[in-house]
Design a protein around this ligand. Structure first.
Ligand code: SF4
Length: 289
């Protein structure tokens, strides 16, 4: 069994910085994080163990300080926290700020904003909650059902696959040929790097292991991307989810991971795969020639 890591994988700088800020703040004062900081249970358990609380609404926060996650939040939501007298700490990723600025610019220039992303994702809520009018689309059907507007302004959730985004923008142009469509690509660079590295990996492997939280959007996208070139793709949250019967002795096994997966979890998965490899080799030695 040969084990390969994707060229780009795992935790991005935005998530890393947000976790560092939360841990640092929690050393000095009680802290509540508004929403999930990351969609990864291993990380969340570690943060809870350091006394950090999580709440979805500012009304429920019981500490004087609240932190906005790397996914960002609308001005409305931040304002409601300030009005309750809370100190608001910002851990919004700079690349999420780029997406916010893109949407603001599109609206200021007179375009009807269309976000390509998941309706209920915290980042998309942050991008849209301050807008008077907007649409969120993720499928061809949703694009076709849009009401015609003279000017559509498209931006994306930062973790969407580039290819899907391009297809949907083209479909929007084809469906509404009389409309002006302006597109600002706000898919972040770490997502693009992880997606293209996963694609490249899947083409070289018999099996791909994608590590990430059960609710992590970008991890699910990595699973789909790898599935286009490899028929044996398994999503695991930790090394404990790996099963020996997924592998054969002469398999090339690829590892990739979502942007909220900690390095230790990737390391543990790789170690476990190495153990499987040793076991499979030992078994082979026992088979008479
Ligand atoms: S996935 Fe991209 S936008 Fe989101 S936190 Fe990471 S670097 Fe920032």
């Amino acid at each position: 069994m040969k084990i390969l890591r994707a060229e780009h994988l795992g935790m991005c700088f935005g998530v890393r910085d947000a976790i560092a800020l939360a841990l640092d703040t929690a050393k000095r004062e009680p802290l509540t994080i508004l929403g999930d900081l990351v969609h990864n249970e291993t990380v969340l358990t570690e943060l809870r163990a350091r006394g950090i609380s999580f709440q979805n609404e500012a009304q429920a926060v019981a500490t004087p300080t609240v932190m906005i996650t790397a996914h960002g939040a609308s001005e409305k939501r931040q304002q409601s926290a300030r009005e309750r007298g809370l100190r608001v700490l910002e851990a919004t990723c700079p690349l999420v700020h780029v997406a916010h600025r893109a949407v603001t610019k599109l609206v200021a220039d007179g375009f009807h904003p269309v976000i390509i992303g998941q309706k209920n994702h915290v980042e998309v809520r942050g991008l849209t909650e301050d807008l008077a009018e907007f649409d969120v689309v993720l499928s061809a059907e949703e694009v076709r059902q849009l009401r015609e507007r003279p000017r559509f302004g498209v931006a994306t959730q930062t973790t969407q696959p580039v290819e899907r985004v391009r297809e949907l923008v083209q479909l929007l142009r084809n469906t509404f040929p009389r409309s002006e469509v302006r597109f600002i690509d706000t898919v972040c660079r770490p997502t693009k790097q992880r997606q293209s590295a996963a694609l490249e990996l899947a083409q070289r492997c018999d099996v791909v292991i994608v590590i990430g939280g059960a609710h992590s959007n970008n991890t699910h996208e990595l699973v789909k991307t790898c599935g286009r070139f490899c028929s044996r793709v398994h999503h695991v949250q930790t090394a404990a989810d790996l099963r020996t019967d997924w592998f054969f002795t002469d398999d090339t096994v690829g590892i990739t991971a979502g942007t909220s997966t900690p390095d230790e979890v990737i390391q543990q998965v790789e170690e476990r795969l190495n153990e499987f490899q040793t076991r499979l080799t030992e078994k082979l030695k026992l088979i008479p020639a």
